[in-house]
Structures are given as C-alpha cells and as structure tokens.
Design a protein around this ligand. Structure first.
Ligand code: VGL
Ligand code: ZN
Length: 225
C-alpha cells in the first residue's frame, strides 16, 4: 500500500476523451476501460488535473494535411519528425470533450495542448516544438506537488511524454499502469511504440504502480483517511 499525501501528491488524468476510445476518431484499444479506474483514483487524490488534446481543423498532425502519407506514417515538420494521425480531438467537438463518464467535479484544472495548427503536443508540459509551454509545470510547483501520478491515454504517447516531462522537471513520477491503455503501433525494428515508451520511462526513473496499491485522500490540510 502506498499512502497518498494530500498536500504534495497530484494525479494527472491524460487525454481521457471519446476520440481515443472505441468508436472514436483515433481509438486506443480498450481505451474506455480507463474511465472507471480513473474515477476510483480521483476519489483517492485530493489534488487532480487533466490534460486535453485540442486541435484546430487542418492541424498538421493530421494525415489529411499530407497527401500521400497514411495515418500512422511520419512527416518532417520544422521541429522534427511527426507521426500523423486520423483527424481527431477537434476543438469544441464531442470527441474532444473530457469523457462524460469521468468524474470531472474532482478536477481542479484542465491543460489543453495541440491547439496551434503547426505544432502537435504529446506532453502535457511542453509541445512537440519543445518551446511552447502549457503552464502545467508552474501550476504543479504552485500547489506544492512533489509526486505526480499519471493515468489515461495513450500509454505510449501522451502518458509517456507527460511522465517523462514530469521526471525531467524533478517530480517523483509514477504511472498507474492499470489506469492506462496503449496504441502499441509497430516500429520498423519489430518492437512497438509501447515497448519503446517503457524503455524510455524506465531510463528516466519513472516507476509504475497499480491503482489498488494507492489509498489515502481527503482535502489538503485534513488528516488523510
Ligand atoms: C495522442 C496521438 C495524437 C495521445 C494524442 O493522447 O496519446 N496520441 N494525439
Ligand atoms: Zn492529438
């Protein structure tokens, strides 16, 4: 069991949006399974925030903007190599909303990313150009975060990038593995994006934890339950 500290532990719910779930525009296999687990986590954490993938029409991460390049192919953008995706998470669309089954009353803030047409963002901290900040780092410092726990979609893209960003910034970082689901796309070397993500996470000192191992809660300042 791991006791949670209401003052310094923060849960980050990554991209729990219908477009990443079965029936959505960029479905992650079994993606909807994270909703009940995320809700149980939300009940245990005094402090929680979410990230939200939020793209304008014609976003350059969309394969539709690159004739001849199929979804899951790659293109070169000024900031480097970019995987291209089916059009997804269009600003204001139902598929881009936080999932209606998510206990949003427990979320203190939502950080949107990927809203500039020319820049994608996997990390909830900084966009893929490695320059554009979301404000999440400053937020976490201001609320006294020392440990961050991540759940959501997709393990091998936005969860991994956000976890790496947290570890890089000095937060003790844990991925709640049963509260995440992956895209697990094949890579040219025969491995997958999920294997590559775990390798990078491990190298960065990110740990994993199961949701049943976490307990505690209550409001900051009150004795934890
Ligand atoms: C994501 C691909 C494109 C994610 C977002 O949330 O992991 N993946 N946009
Ligand atoms: Zn996206």
């Amino acid at each position: 069991m791991m006791r949670l500290d209401p003052e310094s532990d923060v849960l980050i719910v990554v991209d729990v949006q219908p477009d990443f779930m079965p029936g959505g525009a960029l479905p992650v296999p079994d993606g909807d399974a994270v909703v009940p687990v995320a809700n149980r986590l939300l009940a245990h954490f005094a402090q929680a925030v979410a990230t939200q993938d939020w793209h304008p029409p014609g976003h350059l991460s969309f394969a539709s903007q690159h004739p001849g390049v199929p979804p899951f192919g790659t293109v070169r953008l000024p900031y480097g190599e970019q995987t291209v995706w089916p059009d997804h998470c269009l600003i204001g669309s139902p598929g881009a909303a936080l999932h209606p089954g998510l206990d949003q009353a427990r979320l203190r803030a939502v950080f949107r990313k990927g809203f500039r047409r020319a820049v994608d963002s996997y990390s909830g901290f900084v966009e893929n150009d490695r320059v554009t900040r979301t404000g999440l780092d400053g937020y976490l410092r201001e609320v006294g975060a020392k440990r961050v726990f991540l759940c959501g979609l997709a393990t091998d893209f936005c969860v991994a990038a956000t976890a790496l960003g947290a570890a890089e910034r000095g937060f003790e970082t844990l991925v709640v593995s049963d509260a995440c689901r992956a895209i697990a796309a094949p890579l040219p070397d025969g491995s997958s994006t999920l294997e590559a993500a775990w390798t990078a996470l491990q190298a960065a000192g990110v740990r994993t934890v199961q949701s049943q191992e976490l307990h505690g809660g209550g409001e900051p300042g009150s004795p934890s339950a």
